[in-house]
Write a protein that binds this ligand. Sequence first.
Ligand SMILES: Nc1ncnc2c1ncn2[C@@H]1O[C@H](COP(=O)(O)OP(=O)(O)OP(=O)(O)O)[C@@H](O)[C@H]1O
Length: 633
Amino acid sequence: MPDLTLRGIRKQFPGPTPVDALRGVDLTIQQGEFVAVEGQSGGGKSTLLNVIGLLDEPTGGRYCIDDEDMAAASPAAVARRRSAQFAFVFQSFHLLDRRRVLDSVELGLLYRAVPPADRRRAALVALERVGLRHKALQTASRLSGGERQRVAIARALTAGAPVVVADEPTGNLDSANSSAVVDSLRSLHADGATVVLVTHSPEVAAQAERRVRIRDGVVVEDEERQRRIASSARSTSGPPALVGRPSRLRRRDVLRDATASLGSRLGRTSGLVAAVAVGVALAVATFGVSTSASAQVADTFDAHTNRDVSVEWQGDALAAEPGGTRDSIVDRLEDLSGTDAAGIISNHSQHSVQLTPARPVLQSTVYAITPHVPTAGRLAITWAPGHPARLAAGEALIGSGLAAQLEIGPLVGGPQLTVDERSLTIVGVVTSSPRVADVMGSVVVPADDAAALGPVDQVQALVLSRAGAAQQVARQAPLVVDPFAPTSLHVEAPVDPSTVRAQVETAVQSTLLALTGIALLASVAGLTNAMVLSVIERKQEFGLRRALGARPVHVVGLVLTESSLVGAVGGIVGLLAGLAGILVVTVVRHWSPVFDLRLAPVALVGGVVVGALGGAIASVRASRIQPNEALRL
Ligand SMILES: Nc1ncnc2c1ncn2[C@@H]1O[C@H](COP(=O)(O)OP(=O)(O)OP(=O)(O)O)[C@@H](O)[C@H]1O
């Protein structure tokens, strides 16, 4: 049981004009005394109490508790002493205002690693003693001033600390409530606790067995005349046994405490969650939209451009080789696995074309095609009404450009076109030829009529491959077209789709990931700001926790747990909002949405990381809050 010995205690507050609040205080308080500290305002009473309760360090002199010099004790040892040996009652109560009364009463035991059920039992017993058991589950801020001070006394009772330090506990109370509080203090004293009480009230001071008067930072009067009388009336059993392990905290309790704390400020907590959710939602949406967009781009490539393969050669050189006829080349190309359609189109340079003898003669290129060129070359053809979609000997197609030049009307009655001296029936107009653009201004005849057109300029085998097979077909096509000199042929195939796909995906994703990073950084910045503001607002609460034995690391843990919880909830809300965003964008753009299941854990972990980062600065600030400064009126 501690005896408190102060020798030559000085306390100077620095500043432009330093204040000497204590100027050499000598005082010995033995275990079990009831001491009232009186004196004029500004005399140094609260400062003395803070030094005694280890809430503040003196700047000079020696303060020993049971012969241990506190100046030599480590911060952790001081926190342990505070938790084990002191209970505090303040003029302005200092409760966890937004939380249940029970939480304020239990707080000291929380920092002694006492299990929740035991804490609750002890708190209810203490509340019973101050007549407030029925208010245990009520929000503390709803209580009257007198009730709040009785809750603070209940907290001191629960702590079972050997020394109760009370700084003007009746300062804000009327006389009835004052007497109730003084009675409670006397009852604590009767249990064996030392009570050190600062008061301006002579009536309250008169209840103490020893009155110490302090003026201008020195003890001017120390009256002990009632000590003997009171000592004899006092319990000899000493203070109640201390429960728990001082200045220790159970990990599970941090989570409960943080959850309760967040729950007690739902408005602010929602704001914090929103700060995280916005970042996570943007991250999820950009990531999801980029995946959907990439899939869309890849699909487009696969469906169209990637299927075109062509092999080109000059003149009619192959015709003389065995198997060099157009039909056999086309047959071999169509036999390749991965080919959907194949055809050969040859360019027979310029010829004179004329619609009727009355019309002008035009010069136009003539192409000869095998039957599957319209499919393989993806030609769009408007056939003459009633004509089958196939070109027979003596018939011709004309490109829509040439048709306009020739001023051809509807293809009814089989209009005739004279090419050189030959008359051909026009049976269709080519309205689109994406692979051989020249066809649009040309005449197209069947390959069987090609011989009549004279020498060939250029021959192209057009292959339409299956989606994804273009590369394979492009490798084999020259071998089947000219097995004797495949390298002499010019092959055109699309860029490997996987390369294009990867390039597009990388480009899209790196841009969007950069945006994602910016969104998350903005979230961290927003949360940091909000958490720091929250810590400033809760300064007194953190001071109280420190006074009741919390070490800086406990405070850091609480704030980080709160911000990580906010992050986790923000992550989930952000994930849902982000998925909704993906759905909206993809529906509006007619894309197929891609929901990557991995987004869920990533969003949750991302939220927690954002939360923890956002709470880092606030937690350090909270841990630096000094109890004496935070708890000053
Ligand atoms: N943190 C501080 N920084 C600067 N000066 C301080 C600080 N705390 C107290 N003081 C000054 O130290 C002196 C003693 O203050 P203290 O609060 O101990 O007086 P008190 O006797 O408790 O006064 P009251 O009865 O009005 O509460 C005062 O002049 C006060 O302004």
